[in-house]
Design a protein around this ligand. Sequence first.
Ligand code: SF4
Length: 188
Amino acid sequence: MGKVTGFMEFERIEEGYKPVTERLKNYSEFVIGLTDEQAKTQGARCMDCGTPFCNSGCPVNNIIPDFNDLVYHGDWKNAIETLHSTNNFPEFTGRICPAPCEAACVVNFNGDAVGIKSIEHAIIDRAWAEGWVQPQPAKVKTGKKVAVIGAGPAGLAASQCAGQMRPVNSGKLLVLCSTSIAFFQSPW
Ligand code: SF4
């Protein structure tokens, strides 16, 4: 876990926002994320609950206690690998997800929830800065196409995971990915 007494020692830190007058002039990032040290402190607030409600509160079941602990210990590489094991696009969810994980966080019962979303944001920004986010093209291309309906997180994740697609029988293709398994009927 983070720090045994972390949730009693450290206050929750909220991310900041650039002033509206500045934001109106461009489409640049306007969220001011946590510094590495702040993210570490926030990771320290996680209690590594025996029954981590945050995990079941998360729509993609992110392994939240683990990456909180990894950030606390400064192991950003393993933190992004843990995050990516369940989440195809933490650069999106770390910004726009309403964070039901935080509503479910046990610390939220009588205090301020662990800042899970801001930690996730810090992990993926660090991963991009370090060059750890790389294209993952399919090793073998079949030349066949699959239409993915919908451009939300599920559709985007399915598209990304199409790189792992392989035929399983003559009538279906099986798309395997870390967060979902979906069957697509194919005409060939
Ligand atoms: S519920 Fe909160 S304190 Fe418990 S493991 Fe999840 S993030 Fe940590």
